[in-house]
Design a protein around this ligand. Structure first.
Ligand SMILES: Nc1ncnc2c1ncn2[C@@H]1O[C@H](COP(=O)(O)OP(=O)(O)OP(=O)(O)O)[C@@H](O)[C@H]1O
Ligand SMILES: [Mg+2]
Length: 252
């Protein structure tokens, strides 16, 4: 289980995260939505210590830290327990698909190369890219690159996979295959925290949807409740805009 208590992150005196409390059960699929600049990416990055939070407590499994006192060892442990999927894949251009998936196992988990490559081959099969083991990122489609990015996160066997808009930089034709892989992970009850504008994915897959604005959680609940009967005017306003956008996109 993951627990975030009183998480604060400031940039230049502005509280971009203004006291976030959040508990995530093992196997839970959470989607985070909210306007641009609201702190969604910062929340994910703080959980992974890609950003150093200014206050709060973080519990990931049996690791419990006051973020202001986290040692280097605590930070490495938090990173081992959280895997990140980036909008822009962030693959090594000079490594093959197989090597990209195996890299973290070799460097972070100190696995011997043989063992890491064997695991990477299993992952390539699960993400449907066995035939691309030796391909470099530049020769893969956007959708395939992001599936490798997800495969790398799967290989880490983290407590939670953090997805920051994993389909936002993809050409529309590649979005479905990436969402399908994420659905497959959700069915396997991989704990996931997903920032996305894909409302269909949220509706079909999420156990809980969280609406954030101004560095705070405004409202949260099961997708049927949050989408069907939003309580806060800010949630209603956001959903109206997003859904209007998606309808107009569909119409073009
Ligand atoms: N490294 C940084 N230095 C200074 N300000 C930052 C930094 N990272 C984020 N911010 C600011 O913090 C606020 C929240 O940013 P964040 O990227 O978390 O928002 P977001 O909800 O992910 O937005 P989007 O939907 O556009 O991705 C923004 O005002 C942003 O400009
Ligand atoms: Mg963001």
């Amino acid at each position: 289980m993951i627990k975030v208590q009183g998480l604060v992150k400031r940039f230049g005196g502005v509280a971009v995260l203004d006291g976030i409390d959040l508990a995530i059960e093992q196997g839970e699929i959470i989607v985070v939505i909210g306007p641009s600049g609201t702190g969604k990416s910062t929340l994910l990055r703080c959980l992974n210590f890609l950003e150093r939070p200014d206050a709060g407590y973080l519990t990931i499994g049996d690791l419990a830290v006051d973020v202001t006192k986290a040692s280097r060892a605590d930070i490495l442990e938090a990173r081992r327990r959280t895997a990140f999927v980036f909008q822009n894949y962030a693959l090594f251009a000079n490594k093959t698909a197989l090597e990209n998936i195996a890299e973290g196992l070799i460097v972070v988990n100190r696995w011997p190369k043989e063992k890491a490559h064997a695991r990477a081959r299993e992952i390539l099969e699960r993400i449907g890219l066995t035939d691309k083991a030796d391909a470099y990122p530049a020769s893969l489609s956007g959708g395939q690159q992001q599936r490798v990015g997800i495969g790398r996160a799967m290989a880490a066997q983290a407590e939670v996979i953090l997805f920051d808009e994993p389909t936002s930089s993809l050409d529309p034709e590649w979005v479905e295959e990436v969402l399908a892989l994420m659905k497959q992970l959700a069915q396997e009850r991989q704990t996931m925290l997903v920032v996305t504008h894909e409302m269909g994915f949220a509706r079909d897959v999420a156990d809980r949807v969280i609406f954030m604005e101004g560095g705070r959680i405004v409202e949260q609940g099961p997708p049927s409740r949050l989408f069907g009967d939003p309580q806060d005017p800010r949630t209603r306003d956001f959903l109206r805009k997003v859904l209007a956008n998606q309808v107009s996109l569909d119409a073009t």
